[in-house]
Design a protein around this ligand. Structure first.
Ligand code: ATP
Ligand code: MG
Length: 554
């Protein structure tokens, strides 16, 4: 489990906040927000942003807002709004009634737009979208002023009001800020503030025929909410100049934007547009596919909020873009599950073993602790044993290779928490495939220890044939076959991993009969598993969260 006593390591954002607090810039206030556009589901990258923003608010005794940047009604849906709230809450963020929407500010934003028009700082432009792009210039050439740039204040106000009233066709006019068409920063070349859209909005219905752009809404929303440190990803570095310009031109409360490097993770694509394609084209079974790096996918896979928090602390925040190794995320969940999960036995590829000297009809029960990794926990479960058991198929080798320490003809191994057994025979079908093993057990090794000091090299997990429960076990690999699914300009859809899901007919110990969706276990020697919501009364379904072997090298 995450050690909550470990102090969060410092970072450049904390340094800025410490300096602001020392200078009294915001009177010691720290107020952050997470501002998703409700046009997709949250992913592990968003988790980095949520944990950062919420974590800072907590650590500095500040406040944290959840704000939907719902300025584009064409792409936004209630489904996303609901899912984002659920997932952010699952991750542990608390906004305590401070749930806001950019659409809460539409009226205020409109008033401020009129103010800029009156101040000669905004104008209605009749150029088409294509023309606006053409007039904007290039990196090496300045843009050109629109022929509509010098309209009078009265004309601008009249046209803007009629835009609001719905008098004009979509795309026929926009409102633009009048800044500088020759600015070296594209965002300052008279950015669009409003576009005409005769589309209903999930929250404001048919009240509006014009909608603010993200760039116009964002900084003002921060200002309205009293956000002090407006933390965003590096792509918005240039936009900061625009957000500052708007707040200054309006003379409103200032917030300070701070950019950090977004999370990139191997074996994933993090753009919402691409993730939506994976869902819509059926490459994943839905937003909660356990192979998906959405928060719902990770949750269904068996990830915990604590593991994701530990991961976001491990990766830290920086100003330099980089790609984090998926093995590090897996390391974080392995550490967390290692500490918290009970150990149970399941056999994923069963091979029957008949213990010939164990009396027919006899059975006995071992009392086996659940938490061998945690001496403070004493819970245990009864584990039944009988004459016929199943072991893992690859725990037997008829002709053992060098170094193989598990079961082979004439060798003795320990059945975990039960007895020593030795293999005495191999039964094959007509095709030569091994279908059953014969063995003998030593009654003097009850509990898995010998009294004569005899040692065995291998310890095998097992289930009693009569008592075991069938279960469907789903093993996952990365959704993509390559760590960089878009390298060399490749299409990520061409790099899907055909073996990302393997389904096994497994047998699990009977204590798992009552396991509920979301319950997590270590299947000894096979990894960490969680009960999937697909579990039915007649068939348990488990997802492997992660295997036991840690491949992360710092
Ligand atoms: P896209 O660019 O795919 O449309 P987005 O990243 O802009 O998506 P938003 O809903 O706007 O999605 O994101 C909400 C917040 O999450 C933003 O503040 C953004 O900076 C942050 N965020 C998004 N992706 C990442 C990431 N990979 N790492 C860190 N923060 C991220
Ligand atoms: Mg965005």
């Amino acid at each position: 489990m995450t050690d909550t006593t470990t102090p969060t390591p410092s970072n450049f954002i904390r340094t800025i906040i410490d300096e602001d607090n020392a200078s009294g810039k915001y009177a010691g206030q720290v107020h952050t927000r997470f501002p998703p556009e409700p046009n997709g589901y949250l992913h592990i990258g968003h988790a980095k942003s949520i944990n950062l923003n919420y974590g800072l608010a907590q650590d500095y005794n500040g406040l944290f807002n959840l704000r939907f940047d719902d300025t584009n009604p064409e792409k936004e849906e209630q489904e996303y709004i609901d899912a984002i709230m659920e997932d952010a809450a699952w991750l542990g963020a608390q906004w305590d009634g401070r749930l806001f929407h950019a659409s809460d500010y539409f009226e205020q934003l409109y008033d401020w737009a009129e103010q800029l028009i009156r101040d000669g700082k905004a104008y209605v432009d009749d150029l088409s979208a294509d023309e606006i792009r053409e007039y904007r210039g290039t990196l090496t050439e300045p843009g050109r002023n629109s022929p509509y740039r010098d309209r009078t204040v009265d004309e601008n106000l009249d046209l803007f009001r009629r835009m609001r009233a719905g008098e004009f066709a979509e795309g026929s006019r926009v409102l633009r800020a009048k800044i500088d068409m020759a600015s070296p920063f594209f965002v300052l070349r008279d950015p669009v503030m409003y576009r005409i859209l005769h589309a209903p909005h999930p929250r404001t219905g048919n009240a509006w025929h014009i909608y603010p752009t993200y760039d116009w809404a964002h900084g003002q929303s921060d200002s309205i909410e009293g956000i002090t440190h407006s933390i965003c990803t590096l792509e918005f570095e240039n936009n900061r100049r625009l957000y500052d310009w708007f707040q200054e031109a309006l003379g409103i409360r200032r917030s300070q934007q701070i950019e950090f490097a977004r999370l990139n993770l191997t074996y994933t694509v993090m753009s919402k547009r691409k993730m939506i394609r994976l869902v819509q084209e059926g490459h994943v079974s839905g937003w909660d596919d356990p192979r998906f790096w959405t928060l719902r996918g990770l949750r269904r896979r068996g990830y915990t909020p604590e593991a994701i928090r530990a991961f976001t602390e491990m990766i830290g925040v920086s100003k330099a873009n980089s790609v984090v190794d998926m093995a590090m995320l897996e390391h974080a969940v392995r550490e967390d599950l290692n500490a918290r999960t009970p150990r149970v036995m399941a056999v994923l590829e069963p091979l029957k073993v008949v213990i010939e000297n164990y009396p027919k009809k006899q059975e006995e029960t071992f009392d086996v602790p659940y938490y061998k990794q945690d001496k403070t926990r004493t819970e245990s479960r009864p584990l039944p044993f009988s004459r016929e058991i199943y072991i893992e198929r690859d725990d037997f080798m008829e002709e053992p290779v060098k170094g193989f320490t598990r079961l082979a003809p004439e060798t003795e191994v320990r059945l975990m928490s039960a007895y020593y057994i030795a293999c005495t025979g191999v039964v094959k079908d007509a095709a030569g495939r091994i279908v059953e093993l014969r063995a003998v057990y030593d009654p003097a090794t009850r509990g898995g220890t010998s009294t004569d000091g005899r040692k065995v090299k291998g310890t095998l997990h097992w289930v009693s044939a009569e008592h075991a429960i069938p279960a469907e076990v789903r093993l996952y690999d990365n959704l993509f076959a390559k760590p960089f699914p878009e390298e060399n300009g490749e299409n990520f859809l061409d790099n899907l991993n055909p073996d990302s899901l393997r389904v096994m007919d497994a047998l699990v110990e009977p204590s798992l009969a009552t396991a509920q969706p979301g319950d997590k276990f270590q299947f000894v020697r096979d990894g960490y598993f969680v009960v999937d919501p697909d579990t039915r009364p007649d068939m348990l379904v488990f997802n492997r969260t992660v295997g036991l072997k840690d491949t992360w090298r710092p």
